[in-house]
Design a protein around this ligand. Structure first.
Ligand code: NAD
Length: 496
């Protein structure tokens, strides 16, 4: 069965009404056979508001075949034509920005103000900016008579998490389409809305059938079938390190090229001459943005031992301003976590912090009074955290900040760089050159010096267990291109 309908149009704050269907080969279609329904739950109050099917291996197969079938003609379009389509997608998303912001808030709990200011604009900008960057990129290089073509890598599978449901789909789909690839997306089962809105917009914008496909479903069945599909040429995964390992193994068995954007435990290093107040305030903001569910969240604050009491007071004061509240209220700055399972996990980490010798100075593991039905967690700060405690070494993905004292700059560098992950960091010093030197010594994919904002076109990705490959900007498009060299005999002198 197929239908032509995408997400409905209401913007009244009601639950989103996504089609409980896949989008394959330019059509909304029912799952193959009897699919299990996965519930969609509002994390603010625990109510079930919808459900999606678990895509089977046969559904994934149909989607990959549709994408592979569309590859030849899509990759033969001109970059200018693809750029125009990306801009049409940006316009289509823009026209429903408010509805998408409300849907994201409903499905995974980001406060409405943040969904409007961050979640949705980041996704839309990615399509627009990718079109602009593409227009400045060359697709051929001449080496004498030899021509090197920079060409689409092929049919691409995308697996995405729930924390930025539109943006993280956009950072894969926009550059993949720009490069001339065709795509199958398996979005998070907790927050499929971003991918479904995008499919609907693409349908209305006239993207040819098969160029973009969405298969709904969970990780172990649907995601796994996509990761190991033999007809994929590339797989782009964003999610946890644990699942990243499995996905890479599946793709490796099929000899599929892989990009992995995994988690982190990013340090914010205050050197002794740093301006304490702005550094602590900015670190708390980065730690608690999206209720701490951001891969690059600065969750470890490294402080010279003598300044620890002052830093702890400041951090605790800043954290208390993050009052948990209903995410649909535009004034709320700290919404619930995306699921009850995530709340349980974060509360267990908070308990482990106290058990492993850290000192809890704000927050704690208890439910938030008045909001007991939702997946809310108090903004939580620990000080005197032993560098080897679980809360200082493992990604928590909740609003929990750990202050870790150090005695020398060398020790600070060792603690900052001493984990398996290496996604991002911040460094603070009044001496910009000193901070820059420390930044260059860290094995992480991006570092901010003295609170400098991250440039949206700069490559983003990890070192070590934070993954490999880069997203965003020009590097993000290159990730979906490969080369073909055509060697020709040079014309002989005197030939016409
Ligand atoms: P997750 O790893 O559980 O799931 C990510 C995606 O993989 C989902 O679509 C899921 O359904 C799918 N999946 C799960 N098991 C699978 C399997 N066996 N085979 C194939 N697919 C499978 O991650 P999550 O809980 O949705 O998101 C949180 C994690 O994502 C955090 O660790 C966070 O750091 C990471 N993240 C990283 C970045 C980055 O760019 N580095 C950005 C955002 C989030």
């Amino acid at each position: 069965m197929t239908t032509a309908s995408g997400p409905r149009k209401e913007t009244d704050g009601a639950a989103p009404a996504y089609p409980e269907q896949h989008y394959i080969g330019g059509r909304w279609c029912a799952p193959d056979g009897a699919a299990t329904t996965l519930p969609l739950v509002n994390p603010a109050d625990g109510t079930r508001w919808g459900g999606i099917p678990t895509g089977s291996a046969a559904d994934v197969d149909r989607a990959v075949e549709a994408a592979a079938g569309a590859l030849r003609s899509w990759s033969a379009t001109s970059p200018r034509e693809r750029g125009r389509l990306l801009l049409r997608l940006a316009d289509g998303l823009d026209a429903r920005a408010e509805r998408m912001a409300r849907d994201i808030t409903h499905e995974m709990g980001t406060p409405l103000g943040e969904s409007r200011r961050l979640q949705v604009p980041l996704g839309i900008r990615t399509f627009r900016r990718t079109a602009e960057i593409l227009s400045g990129m060359s697709a051929r290089e001449d080496l004498g008579a030899t021509v090197v073509h920079h060409t689409a890598v092929g049919t691409v599978g995308c697996l995405t998490p729930w924390n930025y449901p539109l943006y993280l789909v956009a950072t894969k789909v926009a550059p993949a389409l720009a490069a001339g690839c065709t795509v199958v997306i398996k979005p998070s089962e907790l927050a499929p809305g971003g991918a479904l809105h995008l499919a609907d917009v693409a349908h209305r914008a006239g993207l040819p059938p098969g160029v973009l496909n969405v298969v709904l479903g969970d990780g172990p069945e649907t995601g796994r079938a996509l990761a190991g599909h033999p007809r994929l040429d590339a797989l782009s995964f964003t999610g946890s390190a644990a699942v990243g390992r499995r996905v890479a193994a599946e793709a490796g068995a099929a000899l599929t090229r892989v990009t992995l954007e995994l988690g982190g435990k990013s340090p914010s290093v205050l050197l002794p001459d740093a301006d304490l107040e702005p550094a602590v305030r900015a670190t708390v903001q980065k730690a608690f943005q999206n209720a701490g569910q951001t891969c690059a969240a600065l969750t470890r604050l490294l402080v010279p031992r003598a300044q620890l009491p002052d830093a702890a007071d400041l951090a605790s004061g800043c954290a208390r301003r993050y009052l948990p509240g209903p995410p649909s209220d535009p004034g709320t700055v700290l919404g619930p976590l995306a699921s009850e399972a995530q709340r349980t996990r974060v509360a267990a980490y908070i308990r482990s912090g106290t058990a492993q010798g850290a000192r809890l100075i704000t927050g704690g593991p208890d439910r938030v009074r008045g909001l007991e039905a939702g997946a809310f967690v108090h903004p939580t700060v620990f000080t005197d955290v032993p560098p080897d405690a679980a809360i200082a070494t493992e990604e928590i993905f909740g609003p929990v900040l750990s202050l870790i004292p150090y005695d020398t700059e060398d020790e600070a560098r060792r603690i900052a760089d001493g984990l398996g992950s290496g996604l991002s960091a911040a460094v603070w010093s009044r001496d910009e050159e000193r901070a820059y030197r420390l930044a260059r010594g860290l094995r992480v994919g991006s570092v901010s010096v003295n609170g400098a904002p991250t440039h949206p076109d700069a490559p983003f990705g990890g070192f070590k267990e934070s993954g490999f490959g880069r997203e965003r900007g020009r590097a993000g498009i290159e990730e979906f291109r490969t080369t073909q060299a055509v060697h020709r005999t040079p014309p002989r002198v005197g030939d016409e």
